[in-house]
Design a binder for this molecule. Structure first.
Ligand code: NAX
Length: 401
C-alpha cells in the first residue's frame, strides 16, 4: 500500500478545522487509496479543544488515518530558534533560512543568528533588510516545528480574525506576523515539495506573505482558496437552470477572495452548452449580470446571517476539492479557480496571489490562456487586482514598521 502523506492543518481546533479533519481522514482530500498522518496545530487557548478533536479522530476509526500529531507546546530544543521570543511585549525576528539548507542546517543557522543577537531583520528573498530595527507585535507561541515536520500538504486555516473596533491594518499586521513565522517553519521543516493552501483571511495576501517569507518553497506551491467561491457560483447556476451542480462547468472566480472578486460565467457551460444560451429567459441576463454576481460575492455574509457562524463545512469541502484536483488533476476540458502566484496573465499585475481559471496535471496547475475578456470583465479584473495591490502595500508596511 502507499506511503502515508503528512498533512498539516493549522487552526485545527476551529470551525473549518473540525470539518476538514474528518474529510481529510475520510479520503476526500487526497483520495481513497492514500493513507495520511494528520498534523494539527493550534494555539495555547485552543489546546484542550485540539485534544478533543484528536480524541474524536481516534474514535471515528478512519481506515486511512495512520496517526495524529496534535500540538501547541513549545519544544524546548527549538525554543528561540523558530518561534517568536517575547521580550517586554515585542518580539525579535529570526533571520530567514538559506534556501539550500537542510532542516538541521537551518536550525543551526537560526540558532547561530540568535546567539549573535541578530536584531532579526527580515530579509525578503535575498533582498536587503526592510526593517529599521523596530519590532513587531507578538504572535502566538506554538510548536511549529513538530507541526510542520515532513508535511507534504499544509492547509493554513489558522489566523487572526478581525474583531470589533480593529483597524484593517491591525488585523493585517497580526496575520503578517503569523504567516511570516509559519512560512519559516514550513521552509525549515516541511517536505521540500510541500504544497500549501491558505484559507485564513485575507487569504490571498496571507498566502503572498507566506511566499515572501519562504523563498525556498517554489512560488507555484503556494495557493489561496477561492474554490469555495467557485463552487458557490456553480451551485447558483445549477439552481437557476434546474439541473444538478455536476452538470455546470467552467465558471471563473477572478481576483481576490473578497467582495471585489468577479464571478464570470462568460465561458461556463450547463450540460456542455454556454450558460448564457441555457439561461436566456427574459430575466436571466439581468440576473446573471446582477443578482448572481452579488449573491456569490456576498454568500459568506449570508451564511453568517443564517447560521450565526461563518461557512465551515462548505469551506472545508472546497479546500478538499482544491487539494484533490491539484494532486490528481482536473478532468479534460474542465477548469477550476485557484488563487495562484500570478505571472501577468490577462493583464493583471504579476507577483500577486490572484484567482485565475486553472487546469491541473501531474501535481501542477496552469492558468487557462486565451479566453476572451470584454471591457466590463476587464474593469472588474482590474478592480480586484487594485485591491490586492493595496493589501500587499499594507502588508509590506506592516513588515517594515
Ligand atoms: P475559527 O475561529 O473557528 O478557527 C480558527 C482557529 O485558528 C482557532 O482554533 C484559532 O485558535 C486558530 N489560530 C489562530 N491563530 C493561530 C495560529 N497562529 N496558528 C495556529 N492556529 C491559530 O475560524 P474558522 O471559521 O475555522 O475560519 C478560519 C479562517 O478561514 C478565517 O480566517 C476565515 O475568515 C477564513 N475563511 C476563508 C474562506 C475562504 O474561502 N478563503 C471561507 C471560510 C472562512 O471564512
Amino acid at each position: 500500500s502507499r506511503k502515508p502523506m503528512r498533512v498539516l492543518i493549522t487552526g485545527a481546533a476551529g470551525q473549518i478545522g473540525y470539518a476538514i479533519v474528518a474529510m481529510a481522514a475520510n479520503g476526500d482530500m487526497l483520495g481513497q487509496d492514500q493513507p495520511i498522518i494528520l498534523h494539527l496545530l493550534d494555539i495555547e487557548p485552543a489546546k484542550q479543544a485540539l485534544q478533543g478533536v484528536k480524541m474524536e479522530l481516534m474514535d471515528a476509526a478512519y481506515p486511512l488515518l495512520v496517526d495524529v500529531v496534535a500540538t501547541t507546546d513549545l519544544q524546548e530544543a527549538c525554543a528561540g530558534v523558530e518561534v517568536a521570543v517575547m521580550v517586554g511585549g515585542f518580539f525579535q525576528h529570526k533571520t530567514t533560512f538559506n534556501s539550500s539548507s537542510t532542516p538541521a542546517a537551518a536550525a543551526a543557522a537560526a540558532a547561530a543568528a540568535a546567539a549573535a543577537r541578530c536584531r532579526g531583520h527580515y530579509r525578503p528573498a535575498g533582498g536587503l533588510c526592510r526593517r529599521g530595527g523596530g519590532c513587531h507585535d507578538v504572535v502566538a507561541t506554538t510548536d511549529l516545528q513538530e507541526a510542520c515536520a515532513g508535511v507534504e500538504v499544509a492547509v493554513m486555516v489558522g489566523g487572526f480574525p478581525r474583531k470589533a473596533g480593529m483597524e484593517r491594518k491591525d488585523v493585517m499586521a497580526k496575520n503578517v506576523s503569523i504567516y511570516a513565522q509559519q512560512a519559516r517553519a514550513l521552509e525549515a521543516h516541511a517536505s521540500r515539495d510541500v504544497k500549501v493552501l491558505v484559507i485564513a483571511n485575507p487569504a490571498n495576501t496571507n498566502a503572498l506573505m507566506l511566499k515572501e517569507h519562504a523563498p525556498s518553497i517554489p512560488a507555484e506551491n503556494i495557493t489561496a482558496l477561492t474554490r469555495l467561491d467557485h463552487n458557490r457560483a456553480l451551485a447558483q447556476i445549477a439552481a437557476r437552470a434546474g439541473t444538478h451542480v455536476s452538470n455546470v462547468r467552467n465558471v471563473i472566480i477572478w481576483g481576490n477572495h473578497s467582495s471585489t472578486q468577479y464571478p464570470d460565467v462568460a465561458h461556463g457551460t450547463v450540460d456542455g452548452r454556454p450558460i448564457r444560451e441555457v439561461l436566456r429567459g427574459e430575466d436571466d441576463a439581468a440576473w446573471l449580470d446582477g443578482e448572481f454576481v452579488e449573491t456569490v460575492q456576498q454568500r459568506g455574509a449570508a451564511v453568517i446571517k443564517a447560521r450565526g457562524l461563518s461557512s465551515a463545512m462548505s469551506a472545508a469541502s472546497s479546500a478538499c476539492d482544491h487539494i484533490h484536483d491539484w494532486f490528481n488533476g482536473t478532468a479534460p476540458g474542465k477548469w477550476v479557480s485557484m488563487g495562484v502566484y500570478g505571472d501577468g496573465s490577462y493583464g493583471q499585475p504579476a507577483g500577486l496571489i490572484y484567482s485565475y481559471p486553472v487546469t491541473c496535471q501531474h501535481g501542477k496547475w496552469k492558468i487557462v490562456q486565451g479566453l476572451e475578456i470584454d471591457s466590463h470583465c476587464a474593469a472588474k479584473l482590474k478592480a480586484s487586482a487594485d485591491e490586492l495591490l493595496e493589501e500587499r502595500e499594507l502588508a509590506l508596511a506592516c513588515i517594515s514598521e
